[in-house]
Design a protein around this ligand. Structure first.
Ligand code: AMP
Ligand code: TRP
Length: 330
């Protein structure tokens, strides 16, 4: 039986965070045995916000190394950089011709991001269509994403329907694959907000490559309420609940048993132990990351192999799409 296809990616802004690790990459590594997986460094998506070219370039390499360091095996998966596969931009154009702007106007991520700036760029508006192209090019069945991406996935599904209604069956209908637990890790400084790699306050997130001392500091100074009894209450004690969620996901223990083990103890105890858990989780990841970054030729070679595999598959779909819509293939 052929394996089901999985595609996912992360936008190259800031640094991958503990939120990305729990909500995305850690789940990806568990899927690589059972499915045919493609994981992408979404560099074209990053251009929807202003990027310093030198920094962007360094970050693309760094993200690629972080994917591998987190356990994604370039032999088992197709690990590639979005801009190395021209078909993404090409299919996006075709899909924009089928996407009503009313659908794009409803995207909450666009609304939120555009409220924060007075220079609203067309690229930011089209971002979900590029995401649909990313997914549809590889005929992905499942798309592992965090809760925040659910709406974009729904749009990809709508676009498939629009395309099929006009041109007949062409794409696999993708489904979001959202982990039940730890799907949304919150900011350490404001537990009502998602932990985000683009947050201006760098105390609000832990990056996968943060040095241990900095991880400890960020967890110890994380915002919690002024009560003392350790209990899990996402509404009244959102900060502590977030720490307990991270604790639970990283150790595999259920929250009740964690809470029980802190009876008679203070929040500070949870923080000290959690800092150690996070540091230990990232220790092997960071060692592997630094090794990979020392040999950039090797990293580029892996990127090229990933790009070749991805291009072969993407071009097949694009050729078929061009045929279906009546373009002339040479
Ligand atoms: P982004 O950092 O927005 O490019 O997201 C890359 C992937 O990580 C997506 O699947 C997100 O849903 C997931 N992700 C990002 N931040 C978090 C978070 N705080 N909690 C859980 N998942 C997250
Ligand atoms: N938009 C996603 C995010 O910010 C990243 C992404 C780009 C993606 N293309 C994708 C995720 C395709 C899944 C599938 O999280």
């Amino acid at each position: 039986m052929t394996k089901k296809i999985i595609l996912s990616g992360s936008t190259v802004t800031g640094n991958l965070t503990l939120g990305n690790y729990i909500g995305a990459i850690n789940n990806w590594t568990k899927l690589q045995e059972e499915y045919e997986c493609l994981y992408m460094v979404a560099d074209l998506h990053a251009l929807t916000v202003r990027q310093e070219p030198k920094e962007l370039q360094a970050r693309i390499l760094s993200f690629y190394a972080q994917y591998i360091a987190c356990g994604l095996d370039p032999k088992k998966n197709t690990l590639f950089v979005q801009s190395h596969v021209p078909a993404h931009a090409e299919l996006q154009w075709i899909l924009t011709t089928l996407t009503p702007i009313g659908y794009l106007n409803r995207m909450t991520q666009f609304k939120e991001k555009s409220e924060k700036t007075n220079e609203i760029l067309a690229g930011l508006y089209m971002y979900p269509v590029l995401m649909a192209a990313d997914i549809l090019l590889y005929q992905a069945n499942l798309v592992p994403v965090g809760e925040d991406q659910r709406q974009h996935l729904e749009l990809s599904r709508d676009i498939v329907t629009f395309f099929h209604n006009r041109y007949g069956d062409t794409f696999t209908m993708p489904t979001a694959y959202i982990p039940k637990m730890g799907a949304k890790i919150m900011s350490l400084q404001d537990p009502t907000k998602k932990m985000s790699k683009s947050d201006e306050n760098d105390k609000s997130f832990i990056s996968i490559i943060d040095p241990p001392k900095s991880i400890e500091k960020k967890i110890k100074s994380s915002v919690t309420d002024s009560e003392t009894v350790v209990s899990y209450d996402p509404e009244k004690k959102a900060g502590l609940a977030n720490l307990l969620t991270i604790y639970s996901v990283l150790t595999g223990k259920n929250i009740d048993s964690i809470v029980a083990s802190y009876q008679g103890k203070m929040y500070g105890h949870v923080k000290v132990d959690l800092a150690e858990i996070v540091v230990e989780t990232f220790k092997p990841v960071q060692e592997k990351y630094h090794d990979l970054m020392k040999n950039q030729d090797h990293l580029l070679k892996l990127m090229k192999e990933g790009a070749d595999k991805a291009n072969a598959k993407a071009n097949q779909t694009l050729t078929n799409v061009y045929k279906k819509i009546g373009l002339v293939n040479l």
